[in-house]
Design a protein around this ligand. Structure first.
Ligand code: PLP
Length: 432
């Protein structure tokens, strides 16, 4: 970072000083509803439906390869949980009123890898496996994919390598799914990645490369390695429309879950969704899908740490991937390891411009408090990145009456108990 560049940026975009102060902040997206976005032909409702069909083809295989998916017939899906007791404490503690009911989308309970990243990551690995095996004339879309359990398929896929850069959870999803199918998997991990995530990945058979720099560098190194290896696939967290569509399928599933609970979304019962954002693919894919399914009746907000507001900096300035938070003196150091990203995905930022309601930032201190509150009130444990979603109803005051508020609980069930206990105790102490 040069001082000169910082000064230029702050002069050109005075609003950035709201972020450099590192205080919690709400940005309402002024581009919402405006047709600013460069249309991408690969993104559409049809593409989401096609992704759902691909997941259905793999479901019989997944239900056997991962028995924990059996109750859902091989679908990797999470429950929709009302958190009313937490809502009462949130209202009491922050002196706000949540107009309507508050739900948690329990992606921390997603089978296989316990985070939102299971949606996109697993979907892209399956897409690669299907492509390779169809090209090798070993599979057709019409037959049962259960046969992928046979060793001969693993042997073929073991000739290919999947490479990814990650802060942890994407690597876990790709590592677990890829290794199960027989692929070699190499995960480039940023310095923020937690030690337990690296250890778990190695235990699952993935090769972990550790970097002492941030996520953007880890992705870059992964990309370079893949370019040098013809039999490899690079899963590109910053640009992949395949990952994006895997996340977007969540919207079709959520609609059904809301309908089943008698909570059909319409004009008089809008949906307000709070999504933790790192590089943007996960929350972006889901927000895009929700917008396709619910149209004007849904508003999505992203949550970012005060120390890593990369998507906010990118969207607010319109510079997207051409700005890193370090350039304006923000350090990208946060306990929310999954959100410790300094440079956003420009692809996602541009797709979000006309649809995103806004972005709020949240401090590490607030994350600890929310983590402890959720455990006390609901006996549910989320990791720090995921609890950022729970701050949404506090930040978005005066929301429509009778709204359905939905915090996307993006991860946490795999966090070791001793680590969770440490974070819980910090949160409890802060709440006193
Ligand atoms: C728990 C958790 N929540 C949210 C995110 C954000 O996803 P994305 O980086 O795609 O924005 C991540 C990313 O790793 C994560 O691990």
């Amino acid at each position: 970072m040069t001082q000169e560049r910082k000064e230029q940026l702050l002069k050109a975009f005075p609003h950035l000083t709201k972020l450099t102060a590192l205080e919690e902040y709400l940005w309402i997206n002024p581009f919402k509803g405006k047709e600013t976005v460069a249309k991408t032909e690969t993104l559409s409702m049809e593409a989401i439906v096609e992704a759902e069909a691909r997941l259905a083809r793999f479901a019989p295989y997944l239900s056997q390869a991962f028995p924990e998916t059996k109750p859902m017939n091989g679908l990797v899906e999470s429950p929709l949980l009302e958190i009313d007791s937490f809502r009462v404490q949130l209202e009491d503690y922050y002196k706000v009123t949540v107009n309507g009911r508050l739900f948690l989308k329990g992606d921390h309970l997603l089978p296989i890898s316990g985070s939102i990243k299971a949606r996109g990551g697993i979907y892209e690995v399956l897409t690669i496996a299907e492509k390779v095996l169809i090209e090798e004339r070993m599979l057709s879309k019409e037959e049962s994919y259960v046969k992928l359990l046979e060793p001969v398929y693993r042997d073929v896929l073991s000739r290919y390598t999947i490479i990814v850069g990650s802060t942890g959870n994407l690597g876990l999803s790709i590592g677990v799914m890829g290794a199960k199918l027989g692929f070699n998997v190499i995960v480039h991990m940023s310095s923020d990645a937690k030690a337990w995530k690296k250890a778990l990945l190695r235990q699952k058979g993935a090769h972990v490369v550790e970097h002492d720099q941030d996520y953007s560098l880890a992705v870059e190194e992964g990309r370079k390695q893949a370019e040098a290896n013809v039999n490899s696939f690079f899963i590109d967290d910053e640009h992949s429309t395949t990952l994006f569509l895997g996340y977007a399928v969540a919207a079709l599933r959520l609609k059904k879950q809301l309908d089943d609970k008698g909570m059909t979304i319409h004009n008089d019962r809008p949906l307000i969704v709070y999504l933790p954002c790192g590089v943007g693919g996960g929350p972006g894919g889901i927000a895009y899908g929700l917008h396709q399914v619910f149209g004007e009746n849904v508003t999505c907000y992203f949550a970012e740490p005060t120390h890593s507001p990369c998507m906010l900096v990118g969207m607010m300035t319109g510079l997207h991937e051409n700005i890193h938070v370090n350039e304006i003196g923000i350090d990208n150091q946060t306990i929310a390891d999954g959100l410790a990203v300094g440079r956003p995905s420009g692809f996602v930022g541009k797709v979000m411009e006309p649809i995103l309601g806004g972005i709020y930032t949240i401090s590490d201190e607030t994350m600890y408090k929310l983590l402890a509150m959720l455990i006390d009130r609901e006996e549910m444990a989320l990791e720090p990145s995921a609890v950022t979603a729970l701050f949404g109803p506090v930040q978005i005051a005066n929301s429509a009456k009778n709204a359905v508020h939905l915090a996307w609980g993006t991860g946490g069930s795999m966090v070791p108990a001793n680590q969770m206990k440490v974070d819980y105790e910090i949160g409890k102490a802060l709440l006193l």
